[in-house]
Design a protein around this ligand. Structure first.
Ligand code: MG
Length: 383
């Protein structure tokens, strides 16, 4: 195996798992984490969860699953170049969206609103809840019992209020410390993936135009080079070639800037990384400005496009109505969810009913949520 940086995460310095287990024989601890994530039910559901476009809108759009695979790919390439732990980056990348609701951010916002009296709903915390608790697969422990480092990477952000209840994992938010370099990297690989694939999907769907994108520095520069060099290229290929080059310039900038940051900070072990004032895996100042410009463009022209908004409103309505129906009568939920409420004995506590309902709804795929909504609200649909 390739020599890693002394400050990279490795089995020897891992803070371990919540429930003690024998070491794996032929895998590293982070390979084991990644493998458990791939075998989880929540991972399979990502295939039918929206990134920006709802799953039934077309077969070519990114889903949470293909998005997560792209994040893992970008993350691994950068990890190898930086001599960081590829397996850990991959595990974090594949798990980072496990807690997402159906219908993307629209779903999360709607569920958060429904849960406002009961501690709210946040997809990051939910991803952690999935791997720590909700997956029921192993005889010896609840959840997937992942290493501290993978869990640290999944919990990208966290409010102070929630951090106080998170034990060891919440400490860094209260003490303003950094996560591992691998976690920092997975976070930016996520951003590189969605910024680029949303441009691709947005163009394919016809919600944004090349002429608009030409006002964005990152796109314009690569687009100009490609169209000058290949003047007869058809437009789809020209777009792909441009996006491929955009990903490349972002990745190269990130590698070179991070290499320099890591060398300058003189970090010798993973805890030195955690003690830094700011993240060492980062873009150059110029690239940060450019990615911000692209993000703002996507927010304005894609995520807030009226056709995306219509889907957003429809999705929010489905989530709100499901939530209300299940919390008013939790006997409408499948038995395994009712049992979680009734297991305590005594009358059902409204906070607990709400949390179990949120877990049930958050686990749904887009099409399952639409189906549940029809089964509950449409008299002609069988229940
Ligand atoms: Mg993501």
């Amino acid at each position: 195996m390739m020599e890693l940086l002394p400050c990279a995460a490795c089995d020897k310095t891992s803070r371990g798992r919540l429930h003690g287990e024998p070491d794996p024989s032929y895998r590293s601890q982070y390979q084991r984490d990644r493998d458990r994530i791939i075998h989880s039910a929540a991972f399979r559901r990502l295939e039918y969860k929206t990134q920006v476009f709802v799953n039934h809108e077309g077969d070519l759009f990114r889903t949470r699953l293909t998005h997560s695979i792209e994040v893992a790919q970008i993350g691994r390439s950068i990890a190898r170049a930086l001599k960081l732990n590829e397996d850990l980056v991959e595990a974090i990348a594949l798990a980072h969206d496990l807690g997402h609701t159906p219908f993307g951010h629209a779903g999360q916002d709607a569920l958060n609103k429904c849960m406002s009296e009961f501690g709210g709903f946040e997809h990051n915390l939910q991803s952690l809840r999935v791997v720590d608790l909700l997956e029921e697969r192993y005889a010896e422990f609840p959840g997937l019992n992942l290493t501290f480092e993978t869990r640290e990477g999944i919990l990208k952000h966290c409010s102070h209020k929630n951090a106080r209840d998170m034990g060891e994992l919440g400490q860094r938010f209260l003490q303003k410390k950094q996560p591992s370099l691998e976690a920092q990297l997975a976070n930016l690989a996520d951003e590189i993936a969605y910024n680029n694939h949303d441009v691709d999907d947005g163009l394919r769907y016809g919600l944004i135009e090349i002429t608009q994108l030409q006002q964005i520095d990152l796109f314009a520069r690569q687009y100009e080079i490609v169209s000058r060099q290949y003047s007869n290229l058809d437009q789809r290929r020209c777009v792909h070639e441009t996006i491929r080059r955009m990903i490349n310039v972002m990745v190269v900038d990130l590698i070179e800037t991070s290499q320099k940051n890591i060398a300058d900070a003189n970090v010798m072990k993973i805890d030195d990384v955690r003690d830094q004032k700011s993240a060492l895996v980062a873009y150059s100042e110029a690239m940060r400005t450019s990615t911000l410009e692209l993000k703002q463009f996507l927010r304005k022209h894609l995520y807030h496009h009226y056709r995306v908004r219509r889907m957003t409103v429809k999705s929010a309505r489905i989530i709100e109505q499901l939530f209300r129906a299940f919390t008013e009568d939790h006997g409408l939920m499948p038995p395994q969810y009712q049992q979680k409420i009734d297991a305590n004995g005594g009358p059902a506590q409204s906070g607990q009913v709400a949390r179990v309902t949120a877990d049930y709804i958050a686990g749904m795929t887009d099409r399952y949520a639409i189906g549940e909504h029809e089964r509950l609200f449409s008299p002609s649909t069988p229940t």
